[in-house]
Write a protein that binds this ligand. Structure first.
Ligand SMILES: C[S@@+](CC[C@H](N)C(=O)[O-])C[C@H]1O[C@@H](n2cnc3c(N)ncnc32)[C@H](O)[C@@H]1O
Ligand SMILES: [Zn+2]
Length: 187
């Protein structure tokens, strides 16, 4: 599959990823690659700090996080937006080995050449989203509906319970400052 994307300087933040050719709605664009690390391993280091405001970590499931900074690919440069043109999809592999689960970035609408690719990171922290933390995780997506922060509202406990009952296999919430608002699919 020839690549339709390139990484370059972004007006949103640092390096971003842009389309170099038309991308159709629903098209699978790239896999979010990187080393599988346990939550415990990441929590023990600095990369998972809520104070940093910067992360290449993606919550894969209850056991693992994908670290895009280690053996990652261009997907690690895709920025967050409050009105994204892409979705992140977690594909759960058959069997018990959760390192085999994978994340793909797919177009949620048609994307024209030159447009920046974005998805909603779905970041929720393991501590209250104070004004200070919202600022540290400030959003510069520039969209009309920008909330001003990459941090997402936490689901209320009652809603969480109801959702968990409905799901055949409950989706793991994002833990720490990791991208986590992904749709789950069986491979
Ligand atoms: C996976 S990196 C994306 C690549 C990043 N632009 C870079 O050059 O390192 C994620 C980090 O980029 C920054 N970022 C991504 N989207 C952003 C946004 N909408 N507003 C502000 N910063 C953003 C944040 O620091 C975030 O933790
Ligand atoms: Zn925004």
């Amino acid at each position: 599959m020839p690549s339709k994307i390139v990484a370059r300087r972004s007006a949103i933040h640092g390096t971003g990823v842009f389309a170099t050719a038309p991308i159709a709605k629903g098209e699978r664009i790239i896999e979010y690659k990187g080393e599988r690390r346990t939550h415990e391993d990441v929590d023990a280091g600095d990369e998972g700090s809520a104070e940093s405001g910067h992360t290449f970590l993606f919550t894969l499931n209850d056991e693992y996080v994908i670290d895009g900074a280690r053996r990652g690919n261009v997907a690690k440069w895709i920025n967050h937006s409050c009105a994204p043109n892409c979705d992140s999809i977690i594909e759960e592999a058959e069997g018990d080995d959760r390192t085999r689960d994978r994340v793909f970035i797919e177009a949620k609408k048609a994307i024209k050449p030159g447009e920046e690719l974005t998805y909603n990171y779905g970041i929720t922290l393991g501590e209250p989203h104070t004004a200070r933390l919202k600022k540290i995780w400030g959003c510069m997506c520039g969209q009309k509906n920008c909330t001003g922060t990459m941090l997402q509202p936490k689901r209320k406990p009652a809603a969480k319970k109801a959702a968990a009952k409905k799901a055949a296999k409950p989706a793991s919430p994002a833990r720490g400052d990791r991208a986590g608002k992904a749709t789950r699919k069986r491979a």
